[in-house]
Unconditional design. Structure first.
Length: 451
């Protein structure tokens, strides 16, 4: 097509901050007209959950990386902020756009997208959305009766039977960018300044598409062979891909095809963990208030304790006197992440030994995790609480001492994060594990009665 006669295209990037395997970007380039590549910071619209501190840090660096990659191809990244339903139509008018492209999202924000699609189409624009960020769009995997799955194993079996139908797209080789005024990233103040607590994050992570790609390659080459030891926090045996997937710097299709092309004994197990991400999104799709409400309403009857400020502070800062809990919470504070097994243990401790509502812990993780995700964070908290889909039964209370003996036998992990563990400075436990466990089981009777 002749770009001289075509009005510009806008590609609206969201949690898909990548150039390769980005169908919306590819379609905009293919259309042939100049392209505005937009990232719109919308934390004011209903249905948008404002980012926490750690994801704000990640976003900043991811946008820097994306800007650099786009520039090499010939385009600038345009930053705008405000409510999408105001900002996007205004940008359309400003540049005289004739087409808008985006990759679909599946949380409550999809309603914003649906309204925008109708409105812009009514105005005569070409508006196209794409399947890009989940292997399986939630409405495509349903039970025989057409309902969403509530249990993981049949869900994932159904996914595998369907098969993954698309191959990753290559990155465009050039983009005919259209320069329009942009916010300045630094003015968004996404980075912490006083104090700058992000040193541990900087040491641990390389946000951006290239950082994600390198993680994937290193994982396939050196780490996946140890994935059967993924429950041991003292060794590196998992991918570390979660924040890259969270921001869409790596697509699940890229992960899927890259690993399937290099099969190893642990590949299927690893891909089933990617399946848990899909499952949580499919749950969120049917239940957009996942971070606010119990998925199983019987849990509304649970008599949570008002959090004791000193106990909560001890949990957050890793000074509970329970070594594995303290190690995990300190890992989180330092690196913006925590090993999955330890996430389960610290969550169980908060919910079942301190009797604190899972929403309190979920909010802390939301603020401090670099991979904090609107489906997987509340989905997993509700899984531990017992209130979620396919959740661990409430009466399964992790014993953090036994968990440490089983999964961190040589104390490699605990010693790394709690170096004072053997000294007299290390505090006594803030609760009696046995008594608090019994109290939790007694409180659970209220849920049983409501079922
Ligand atoms: P790997 O073992 O290498 O797994 C590969 C990928 O599979 C992960 O990157 C992730 O995308 C996905 N995955 C693995 N386990 C799960 C799971 N249980 N649920 C959903 N996806 C999974 N994960 C998040 O991505 N965001 C969150 O906000 C989040 N919050 C959590 C809160 C709690 C209380 C718990 C118990 C778990 C949470 N998880 C969350 C799941 C899991 O802990 C992380 O995905 C995992 O630790 C990330 O490390 P990895 O990439 O090395 O995992």
């Amino acid at each position: 097509m002749n770009s001289a006669v075509l009005s510009p295209s806008i590609v609206w990037l969201r949690d898909d901050l990548r150039i390769a395997d980005n169908p919306a970007l590819a379609a905009a380039v293919e259309r042939g007209a100049p392209v505005v590549v937009l990232y719109l910071r919308d934390d004011v619209s209903p249905g948008i959950r404002p980012l926490g501190s750690a994801t704000r840090w990640w976003l900043h660096h991811s946008l820097v990386s994306l800007t650099e990659s786009l520039r090499v191809l010939g385009a600038e990244l345009t930053l705008r902020s405000g409510a999408a339903e105001e900002v996007l139509p205004a940008l359309v008018a400003e540049v005289g756009a004739g087409a808008v492209f985006w990759n679909r999202r599946y949380g409550a924000a999809r309603e914003i997208d649906a309204r925008l699609k109708t409105r812009l189409r009514d105005d005569g624009l070409e508006v196209t959305s794409f399947h890009a960020n989940l292997l399986f769009e939630p409405w495509t995997v349903t039970t025989g009766e057409g309902n969403p799955y509530r249990v993981f194993t049949p869900f994932w079996r159904a996914c595998l039977e369907r098969g993954v139908d698309r191959q990753p797209l290559p990155a465009p080789t050039a983009i005919q960018g259209l320069d329009v005024p942009s916010d300045t990233l630094d003015d968004w103040t996404l980075l912490p300044t006083r104090p700058d607590w992000a040193g541990g994050l900087r040491d641990t992570w390389t946000p951006g598409e290239q950082g994600g790609r390198e993680r994937l390659e290193r994982f396939a080459e050196d780490i996946l062979e140890d994935y059967h030891r993924r429950d041991e926090p003292g060794i590196e045996s998992t991918s570390g891909l979660s924040p890259h997937l969270r921001f869409g710097e790596v697509s699940p299709f890229q992960v899927w095809h890259y690993l399937r092309a290099r099969p190893q004994p642990n590949t299927a197990k690893f891909l089933s963990e990617i399946g848990w991400r899909e499952f949580n999104w499919s749950i969120l799709y049917g239940f957009p208030e996942l971070h606010k409400k119990n998925y199983r309403p019987a849990f509304d009857a649970f008599p949570w304790d008002e959090p004791d400020p000193a106990e909560l502070a001890a949990w957050k800062s890793g000074h509970t006197g329970i070594p594995l809990v303290d190690a995990g919470m300190r890992e989180l504070w330092h690196s913006g992440s925590m090993h999955n097994r330890v996430r389960m243990v610290v969550a169980s401790f908060l919910i079942k030994n301190l009797l604190v509502d899972w929403r309190v812990g979920e909010a802390w993780f939301w603020d401090t995790l670099v991979d904090a995700d609107e489906a997987s964070n509340p989905g997993n908290w509700q899984w531990v609480a017992g209130s979620g889909a396919d959740a661990a039964p409430y009466f399964r209370v992790f014993n953090p001492i036994l968990q440490e003996e089983k999964f961190d036998k040589g104390r490699r992990y605990v010693r790394r994060w709690v170096p004072e563990i053997d000294s007299p400075e290390y505090p006594e436990p803030i609760v009696d594990l046995k008594k608090s466990r019994n109290d939790a089981l007694a409180a659970y009777e209220a849920v049983k009665a409501a079922q």
